[in-house]
Write a protein that binds this ligand. Structure first.
Ligand code: HSE
Length: 429
């Protein structure tokens, strides 16, 4: 049987998918018994379609694909939540199966999209939305399904992992690391989605929704990025036997799902500590399986196209076999989210303070008055300078108390030199 594909979006990932289909169509037929036909291609840029040799099936209007009764699977690779939202929702309403790499759409409109797919009895597959080429959504939905309880911890943003690696290994400043990431094409001109943690928040919202069978939207994920991290933090972490990673974390607690994104200090022996550069990794602990880790390239044409085409071929096999979607929306529960104030962990706090008598005593007093026990305090910085870094590491404390400590310390004389906000890094043991 021939399964007809309509592709919307011919950028790097779309182009990669066209190339894979053109080059491996016969292999897929031989190995999987499915004949894939790229029937129509929609793009704003006809020259991209021409460059990939599909000018003969080009359209500028995605409705041509949605309204084509022959098309079984629509691949959406535009990204974003405006036109892409309409493409995906219209395709499902028209009774098409959909494959998308769109993390923002799945992390903000997941309920709508999954409901439309269920109503239409069609599949929506989105492996490429998290971790680029790394298989993680399919393992969570299938291979790890027997695990009742899971913890998910991921380095899911390659840009920030690259920057932190350069700052850690080469002592580069945040600004230089960002500039280099932009020059290499990892970071956008406006780097906010990466450095402020929103990209990672979208990805952990998707993973948490699957892992806990309960919808989590990205705007519900407490999110902090890496703007306040400097080489002194990475050096302090090393001195303590830790590294700093932007982690996306989700696990179930008695108070609800604890889901968050923030810079995190990890012991150097943790499996995620050795994930450097643009690589991504998702570390999953299941009550049955124990520890697992999924590692690979989280972005780029090849990895993303690999994940998209994996979905396309799986859906195509179901279409060819005439079976209904095997797994629809898995969000059958409505678990509460644990408020961030309820978090208990250890904290690394760095304040830029005036190097003068009384500052250390007055800051230490604030910790004591809020019942936060201090594990260590170290002053770092040049003797000649007017300001120094005062680095506190606490014993296990509650987020609510730490926030109160920070606000009070920031109001003290001699703290907040140059209006520098403190750096907060939560410590995983
Ligand atoms: N900007 C992302 C990253 C890739 O740096 O990992 C796309 O999700």
């Amino acid at each position: 049987m021939t399964v007809h594909i309509g592709l919307v979006g011919t950028g790097t990932v779309g182009g990669g998918c066209i190339d894979i289909i053109q080059n491996h169509k016969d292999d897929f037929k031989r190995h999987l018994g499915v004949d894939i036909e790229l029937t129509q291609v929609c793009s704003r840029n006809p020259e991209q379609a021409i460059a990939h040799g599909v000018a003969d099936r080009y359209t500028q209007d995605y409705h041509t694909i949605i309204n084509n009764p022959d098309i079984d699977i629509v691949i959406e690779l535009i990204g974003g939540t405006t036109v892409a939202h309409d493409v995906v929702c219209d395709a499902l309403r028209a009774g098409k199966n959909v494959v998308t790499a769109n993390k923002a759409l799945m992390a903000t409109c997941g309920h709508e999209v999954m409901s439309l797919a269920d109503q239409a009895d069609k599949e929506i597959a989105f492996e490429a939305a998290v971790g680029g080429g790394i298989p993680i959504i399919d393992p969570l939905k299938h291979s790890l399904i027997a695990n009742e309880d899971m913890t998910v911890m991921g380095i899911v943003n390659g840009t920030t992992n690259y920057m932190l690696t350069r700052m850690d290994q080469d002592g580069m400043s945040y600004e230089d690391a960002l500039r280099e990431a932009q020059e290499k094409g990892f970071a956008e001109a406006d780097p906010s989605a990466d450095v402020d943690g929103y990209d990672a928040a979208a990805k952990i919202a998707i993973l948490a929704s699957i892992a806990f069978n309960s919808r989590v939207n990205m705007d519900e994920v407490p999110t902090e990025g890496i703007r306040s991290i400097s080489p002194v933090d990475l050096q302090s972490a090393r001195d303590m036997g830790y590294c700093v990673k932007l982690l996306a974390i989700a696990h179930r607690t008695e108070k609800g799902i604890d889901v968050r994104v923030h810079p995190t200090m990890l012991p150097l022996e943790h499996p995620l500590a050795s994930v450097n550069g643009v690589f991504n990794a998702i570390y999953v602990i299941g009550d049955a399986v124990g520890e697992t880790m999924f590692f690979g390239e989280g972005a780029g044409a090849g990895p993303a196209a690999s994940a998209v085409m994996g979905d396309v071929l799986e859906v195509a096999r179901h279409v060819a076999a005439g079976v209904s979607p095997l797994v629809g929306c898995t969000c059958t529960d409505t678990l509460p989210l644990m408020p961030m104030e309820e978090l208990t962990t250890k904290y690394y706090l760095r304040f830029v303070v005036e190097d003068c008598s009384g500052v250390l005593a007055s800051t230490a007093d604030v910790f004591a008055r809020h019942g936060v026990s201090v594990h260590s305090v170290i002053q770092r910085g040049a003797k000649s300078g007017k300001s120094v870094d005062l680095v506190y590491v606490t014993h296990t404390a509650q987020e609510r108390d730490i926030r109160a400590v920070i606000e009070e310390i920031c109001s003290l004389d001699g703290v907040l030199v140059n209006h520098t906000r403190p750096t907060v890094i939560r410590v995983e043991s």
